[in-house]
Design a protein around this ligand. Structure first.
Ligand code: SF4
Length: 408
């Protein structure tokens, strides 16, 4: 396909595709899907080889947020039955981080619900960053605390933070439909503050909120303009108890096209599959590794992911390798020859929560007679790819904020 040859050439040269080309990727047919993945996979391998960076989320403060982001289980008035707790102590956060690092993660993403941190919160998170860095050599730390006021990014940087995450989430023109308590411009401003303070900027999107293809292309082009080092791609988990609970409109194929489009528009950037990976890509997750070079290990902020061990097995089975702490994630031209870890992109993409558990996943049960075959039952009830899969959404009940061991 001429389109794909053109996009590969542009991706290898870091040239921006046209909007028409990006839209055409989203409009490709299922017959062409493997060709799309193969083409975007060439760009991914050119810049990142077969490495997969693992990131680990630590939810420092969960729920009770005064903002009204309609996709978020932690929002004002959310009826989602999530864990709610206030700030973890530095040693509690460090313990949770250590579990993720032992599981293979090289970056820890410290996330707190809320509009943005107070100066006292920044002190608190600074103590946590220092504790994590002291107790876990070589770790990269990303903070995700909401909108930043002047000087806060610099203070986080001084405390040892490597990166700051704040997602644009959706296009400027639809932002007001998703959130009313802050603006798209507020979000852009925080990403710019992080950048200006010397933090590696991380900013991404959420797909599946009822947006059009044009909206998706708009937000990805806006991200290219902002030039973060990493772009997390969340697939909406329509939590019961949130306004978007009925927005089940993603298929695995659609998710793969979105990731391919992001890779073509942001070819040399760390593209991370964030919340919703297990819920929406389901058995197609390994194909998505040909597009993204980064994932979260284990659980998400308010929902459970598949077992950390299953993440590692998937990476190995698909022929990829977990990126070690001795490797700089980003290509050399993006690190500017500076200190590797600090320039090394990434950060949490899941301020809004998300994630899934691989629980209750619709496998066939015993036949009523005890004699029927699994295959027969599956034929009768073969799942459609576009149906709500509430059975795959499990609220997180382990790890940070609980007495149970984390999933890593
Ligand atoms: S995304 Fe962040 S700011 Fe928005 S409601 Fe959720 S926790 Fe609050």
């Amino acid at each position: 396909m001429d389109l794909l040859n053109t996009l590969v050439d542009k991706g290898l040269r870091r040239e921006t595709p046209t909007r028409g080309e990006a839209l055409a990727v989203l409009a490709t047919s299922d017959d062409d899907l493997l060709d799309v993945v193969a083409a975007a996979g060439k760009v991914r391998r050119h810049w990142f080889g077969r490495r997969v960076k693992l990131n680990y989320l630590v939810n420092l403060k969960s729920g009770l947020c005064p903002e009204d982001c309609s996709y978020c289980s932690q929002r004002l008035g959310s009826g989602a039955d999530i864990l709610k707790y206030t700030w973890l102590k530095p040693d509690e956060a460090s313990k949770a981080a250590a579990a993720g690092l032992a599981g293979g993660a090289k970056r820890v993403c410290l996330v707190a619900s809320g509009r943005g941190p107070t100066d006292r919160d920044v002190d608190r998170v600074s103590d946590t960053i220092r504790a994590i860095k002291e107790q876990n050599g070589g770790v990269e730390v990303c903070a995700c605390l909401g909108l930043l006021s002047d000087g806060q990014a610099e203070r986080l940087r001084e405390a040892g933070a490597d990166a700051y995450n704040h997602n644009l989430n959706t296009s400027e023109s639809t932002y007001g439909d998703i959130t009313t308590t802050h603006t798209y411009a507020d979000r852009v401003d925080t990403v710019q503050k992080a950048h200006a303070a010397g933090l590696s900027a991380c900013s991404g999107l959420i797909a599946g909120m009822g947006e059009s293809d044009e909206d998706l292309v708009d937000v990805v082009f806006a991200l290219r303009e902002l030039d973060p080092d990493s772009v997390p791609v969340n697939f909406l988990i329509p939590f019961e108890g949130t306004p978007l609970a009925k927005e089940w409109n993603l298929t695995p194929q659609r998710c793969l096209r979105i990731l391919a489009m992001v890779r073509f528009v942001c070819p040399d950037v760390e593209v991370r599959i964030a919340g919703g990976r297990e819920v929406h890509l389901r058995t197609m997750q390994p194909l998505a590794l040909h597009l993204a070079n980064s994932i979260f290990l284990g659980d998400y902020l308010t929902s459970e992911g598949q077992a950390g061990r299953a993440d590692l097995e998937m990476i190995a089975d698909a022929g990829f390798e977990v990126e070690g702490t001795d490797r700089v994630t980003l290509p050399e031209h993006r690190t500017g020859g500076g200190c590797g870890a600090h320039d090394d992109g990434g950060g949490c993409g899941a301020h809004e929560g998300g994630g899934c558990g691989s629980h209750g996943g619709g496998v066939c049960g015993p036949a009523p007679s005890g004699a029927g075959s699994c295959a027969g039952a599956a034929e009768e009830s073969a799942p459609r790819t576009d149906e709500p899969r509430t059975d795959l959404v499990a609220v997180r009940r382990r790890g940070a904020g609980t007495d149970l061991a984390p999933n890593a």
